[in-house]
Design a protein around this ligand. Structure first.
Ligand SMILES: Nc1ncnc2c1ncn2[C@@H]1O[C@H](COP(=O)(O)OP(=O)(O)OP(=O)(O)O)[C@@H](O)[C@H]1O
Ligand SMILES: [Mg+2]
Length: 242
């Protein structure tokens, strides 16, 4: 058991259009679940609903159980306080502030997750340490992604949700960032990773689910999904992952 999060029968509508249709997913302690799917498949809508972020008034139904408690009715800030951290596609560091200032302004919000001091974040991402006095807005895409993950970790989450952390990153950096994320699961952190790069996701994921048009069409362990013809034909261009 020891599920960190169980999202059941998640259904999200924007007006009359249904973006997420009756999706159920769960992530255990120390587990990394990847979610892949095409543009517009509903990935961000799903993870935003789990974190309680609802922009432009979507209508959300379903149950989100976090560490045994039903948090479905809680606002995003309250879910964050309990230990759900979401790094959104837009990333959200403060451009005018330095790296160090960005990391300083977040405090651990709950005492159950692992506490990350600023030095711990610098240990994880040495590049941020070198650039501690640089304004966040002038960081490279990869560095900004590291800062966003660092900021999320400062809140001592039990569940880290990353929405396409590899967008705009060079292939080598994708591997580097995802490996760092993978290391975090060793302390029990549950990770929900939205990733279009299925090959990269399969390198680090314990399990992977595919979303197509708001529905999960395939789900399995990384090994199973590597063998899954749908995964291969849709995302790996007919080539088998090494
Ligand atoms: N605020 C909104 N109002 C209306 N429709 C929306 C809104 N946000 C998303 N949608 C629609 O919902 C569907 C799912 O969008 P979503 O952003 O969840 O996709 P995604 O899988 O994250 O795609 P991408 O890989 O491009 O980020 C899309 O058809 C999108 O146009
Ligand atoms: Mg998205």
């Amino acid at each position: 058991m020891n599920y960190v999060v169980q999202a059941e029968h998640m259904h999200v509508r924007y007006g009359h259009s249904v973006a997420v249709k009756d999706i159920s997913i769960s992530v255990k302690e120390g587990e990394l679940l990847a979610i892949a799917g095409a543009n517009g498949a509903g990935k961000s809508t799903l993870v935003n609903a789990i974190a309680g972020w609802s922009r432009a008034t979507p209508r959300v139904s379903g149950t989100v159980t976090f560490k045994g408690d039903d948090v479905s009715k809680l606002r995003a800030e309250m879910r964050a306080r309990r230990g759900i951290a979401l790094v959104p596609e837009s990333r959200g560091a403060f451009a005018e502030m330095t790296v160090h200032e960005n990391l300083s302004m977040v405090d651990a919000k709950n005492d159950e997750g692992k506490n990350f001091e600023i030095e711990d974040i610098f240990g994880l991402f040495p590049r941020l340490k070198e650039r501690r006095s640089q304004q966040a807005g002038t960081l490279s895409g990869g560095e900004r992604q590291m800062l966003a993950i660092g900021r999320a970790l400062r809140a001592a989450p039990s569940l880290l949700i990353l929405d396409e952390p590899s967008v705009g990153l060079a292939p080598r950096l994708v591997v580097e960032v995802l490996q760092h994320v993978k290391e975090l699961t060793q302390d029990g952190l549950a990770v929900l990773l939205v990733e279009q790069n299925v090959r990269a996701a399969l390198e680090v994921a314990d399990r992977l689910s595919l979303i197509e048009q708001g529905e999960i069409t395939a789900t399995g362990t990384a090994d199973e999904m590597r063998e899954d013809d749908r995964t291969i034909s849709a995302y790996l261009g007919g080539l088998r992952a090494p």
